[in-house]
Design a protein around this ligand. Structure first.
Ligand code: ADP
Ligand code: MG
Length: 277
């Protein structure tokens, strides 16, 4: 196996109005091709900053990010464009991530128009294919984001991220804004897509259950530092680090750490229901 993403000693210091925030302080980890690396940690621990540095959406203060062995640090603009086509990002707030005035069809077509030389018909058929892959109907294509449910908008976000057939997706809290009943459907879709397309994921979540369900390997962030990393079963089930143990114990769903889950009243959104297989 080889690493699809390799981060080496990433540091990010934000400077604004004379003050400094050391958001990420020397983080290194690898993601092997075809696997999911789950990154957990409290809000403000630096998870999103790592995601942005990994894809060079922001410049790290120092450190190296390699995608498929290629150092993306010194890449010129054209190289970065190619990089954008080989990677994809899915954001926390699916509705805000979409242009409110753009139809679903155009939103999904946009990365194809930007990053490929596909003609109009080829773009159209690729959009149809993507709609189908993420479980949306052809009838959704002409709608605007506000006419879709949150779960459906996130499916559009996933279709956009997949449009150029990337090999690595960065998923930053992809289900945190969704209803509990919809979360599992979106996670299952992501699992299925990963297997079918042999994708690799950097999955960021503050929800340990989500990371445990999805990840092969996992890391725990605290105050900009990766305090623990390794196989997900070890890190998230039998953590060595005292901080991870406390994080696990604080989770209501952690084994033995609280009352059993109450039965979930289905708060399903009627649009989403029709998508169930
Ligand atoms: P997480 O995703 O784990 O919640 P972030 O990476 O968003 O954490 O933030 C890490 C730290 O960096 C926080 O203290 C946050 O306030 C700070 N931060 C994030 N983005 C910026 C920015 N653009 N300018 C200044 N500080 C920032
Ligand atoms: Mg974040």
């Amino acid at each position: 196996m080889s690493a699809i993403l390799s981060l080496e000693d990433i540091v990010k210091v934000y400077r604004s109005h004379g003050s400094e925030v050391r958001a990420v302080d020397g983080v290194s980890f690898d993601i092997e091709e075809g696997t999911t690396f789950g990154l957990v940690g409290e809000s403000g621990s630096g998870k999103s900053t790592i995601a942005r540095c990994a894809l060079r959406l922001i410049e790290p203060t120092s450190g190296t990010s390699r995608i498929d062995g290629e150092d993306i640090g010194g890449m010129p603009r054209t190289g970065l464009r190619r990089l954008r086509a080989r990677t994809g990002m899915v954001f926390q707030n699916p509705v805000a991530a979409l242009n409110p005035r753009m139809s679903i069809r155009d939103s999904i077509a946009e990365p194809l128009r930007t990053h490929t030389r596909l003609g109009r018909r080829a773009v159209g058929s690729r959009v149809d294919e993507l709609l189908d892959e993420v479980g949306l109907a052809a009838s959704h294509a002409g709608r605007l984001p506000h006419q879709l449910s949150g779960g459906q908008c996130q499916r559009v976000g996933i279709a956009r991220a997949l449009a150029t057939r990337p090999r690595l997706l960065v998923l930053d809290e992809p289900t945190s804004a969704l209803d509990v009943s919809v979360q599992a459907q979106v996670l299952n879709l992501l699992q299925q897509l990963r297997r079918e397309h042999r994708l690799s994921y950097l999955l960021i979540s503050h929800d340990l259950d989500v990371v445990r369900y999805m990840s092969d390997t996992a890391g725990v962030m605290r105050g900009g530092v990766l305090v623990e990393a390794g196989p997900a079963t070890e890190v998230l089930v039998e953590p060595r680090h005292e901080y991870t143990q406390r994080l696990l114990a604080a989770m209501p769903q952690a084994p033995g750490a609280g009352p059993p889950d109450p039965p979930r009243t289905p708060t399903r959104d009627p649009n989403e229901k029709s998508l169930l297989p």
